[in-house]
Design a protein around this ligand. Structure first.
Ligand SMILES: Nc1nc2c(ncn2[C@@H]2O[C@H](COP(=O)(O)OP(=O)(O)O)[C@@H](O)[C@H]2O)c(=O)[nH]1
Ligand SMILES: [Mg+2]
Ligand SMILES: [Zn+2]
Length: 290
């Protein structure tokens, strides 16, 4: 039998069987100890007679892998920000984009709480569309943008990710039509979410579709990406790569840099270029040394 790992609580897995039933499983059966099983994995399992627990026999190859949170086979990620409370932080957003690009996951940007600052939401949407990202402004209060977002939720596994307090759980509860996820209130003092989702968890959504809430975070460390790959992972830089004077140009202080020229012409957003420089430094600082 085949199914999807939708939850891992301290090594106790929940498998959503293809037949649409939930099985619990603590045993990896004949799997090697070194085989890790992650949320999102497609697995083969057996249901031994006289046992209530399933036994995993095989983990199928993965299409995508996200490290934080550890989850695999995500097809699309909705990178969610709030336009206000908490204020959108562009470097954090650009880092989330970089990690998702590196994981090979299709990206959609969602600027939520548009009711609090509609003009700002629209400005952000335009900025990021110019950089090459599909983007939607939403409000779970006014309902704006929710239908448009719902139309993009077709696919296999769709994760919502972003800082805590931006409204991920509220959006997911809206689409699932019930309170599956705890929507926390934002602390008046810090402007951050109080009540956050602890485990990466998939919720079955229609036929063979799953939605995933990811734990909110307050900071996000960049590592594990070679610094020289960063330029390619900024998709708005791609048209200019290969046009710099030096083939190994890192787009910093080098002469005749096509990326910097594009920034000066206004073809690349200054904030995206700043994020690139900051990310590059962070990747260099966190580079694994041998
Ligand atoms: N004004 C406004 N508040 C929202 C919106 N969406 C969510 N909230 C509120 O923001 C707070 C955090 O929401 P939550 O869904 O827990 O955020 P999460 O941490 O990203 O899962 C809650 O108090 C929500 O009621 C929105 O579109 N507009
Ligand atoms: Mg939440
Ligand atoms: Zn360059």
């Amino acid at each position: 039998m085949q199914g999807r790992i939708i939850k891992n609580q301290n090594g106790y897995f929940s498998i959503w069987g293809n037949e649409g039933r939930l099985h619990l499983c603590r045993s990896r059966g004949r799997l090697k100890r070194t085989t890790d099983v992650l949320v999102g994995d497609l697995v083969d399992y057996e249901l031994p007679e006289a046992s209530t627990e399933a036994v995993i026999t095989k983990v199928h190859p993965r299409r995508t892998a996200l490290r934080r949170p550890a989850a695999v086979n995500i097809d699309r990620i909705v990178l969610t920000s709030a336009v206000k409370t908490p204020d959108v932080h562009l470097y954090t957003l650009d880092k989330m984009i970089l990690l998702a690009e590196d994981a090979g996951i299709e990206i959609l940007l969602c600027f939520n709480k548009a009711d609090l600052a509609p003009d700002k939401a629209e400005t952000l949407r335009r900025m990021y569309e110019k950089a090459g990202f599909p983007a939607i402004c939403t409000s779970t209060r006014s309902g704006a943008g929710l239908e448009e977002l719902a139309e993009t939720l077709r696919g296999h596994i769709i994760a919502f990710s972003g800082p805590s307090g931006v409204g991920k759980s509220s959006l997911l509860n809206h689409f699932l039509g019930r309170d599956v996820f705890t929507a926390g209130s934002v602390s008046a003092k810090t402007g951050r979410g109080k009540n956050t989702t602890r485990h990466a968890e998939l919720i079955p959504f229609g036929e063979q579709s799953f939605l995933m809430d990811t734990p909110g975070y307050t900071s996000l460390t960049l590592d594990g990406i070679p610094p020289e790959n960063a330029g390619y992972l900024f998709r708005d830089f791609r048209p200019y790569l290969g046009h710099c004077r030096f083939s190994d140009c890192m787009h910093q202080k080098e002469p005749d840099c096509a990326v910097r020229e594009a920034v000066e012409r206004g073809d690349i957003l200054p904030s995206r270029y700043q994020s690139y420089c900051q990310a590059l430094q962070e990747l260099k600082d966190n580079k694994v040394k041998y």
